[in-house]
Design a protein. Structure first.
Length: 186
């Protein structure tokens, strides 16, 4: 559009120069008037056919209003997003910080439980060591008692063997004496 208007301005300037250069003032005034009418007609046609002047500004204003409405909607949406993110009560950051606090509390509770379990395990290991020591001591005592029982059993067997031999010897001696007495009496 700017080119067309610029072209029209150039043609006006050129026609006015031509009119003065051609000679007589009467002829040039008719020529220039005809030329001026033609130029004015051209300008009139261009103005009438110009989209900018024939509803173009209305369309432009409508588009600008539409852009403003869209921009207002975008601002509202951005405000809602901002509120959803940064709202102290329901925003994402407040929920994340609350979640972080809960997570830290759970981690602390878990750490405390791990410490308790570790202490319990150490006590159990000490108890197990004591139990192992008492089992070893008991095993040694049982082996010692078993050895004592075995020794007593051997001593008992030996004592019975000796007692049997003594009884056999005594019985043999008694029989011998008895037979000798019988022999003497008979």
């Amino acid at each position: 559009m700017t080119k067309k208007l610029g072209d029209t301005n150039k043609s006006l300037v050129n026609s006015s120069k031509r009119g003065t250069a051609k000679g007589s003032p009467a002829k040039s005034s008719k020529t220039s008037k005809g030329r001026s009418d033609q130029v004015l007609g051209d300008i009139h046609k261009k103005i009438i056919s110009s989209s900018a002047l024939n509803g173009g500004f209305d369309v432009l204003m409508f588009k600008i209003e539409k852009i403003e409405q869209n921009q207002e909607q975008i601002v509202k949406k951005v405000d809602k997003i901002h509120e959803a993110i940064y709202d102290p009560a329901d925003g994402i950051f407040s929920k994340m910080s609350a979640s972080n606090v809960e997570t830290i509390e759970k981690i602390n509770e878990t750490d405390q439980r791990i410490i308790e379990i570790t202490e319990w395990k150490k006590r159990k290991e000490k108890d197990e060591d004591k139990i192992e020591e008492s089992v070893e001591t008991s095993s040694e005592i049982i082996r010692s008692l078993q050895n004592s029982v075995d020794d007593l059993q051997k001593s008992k067997n030996t004592a019975w063997s000796i007692l049997r031999w003594i009884l056999v010897a005594f019985s043999g001696g008694s029989l011998t004496i008895f037979f000798k007495w019988l022999e003497n009496k008979l």
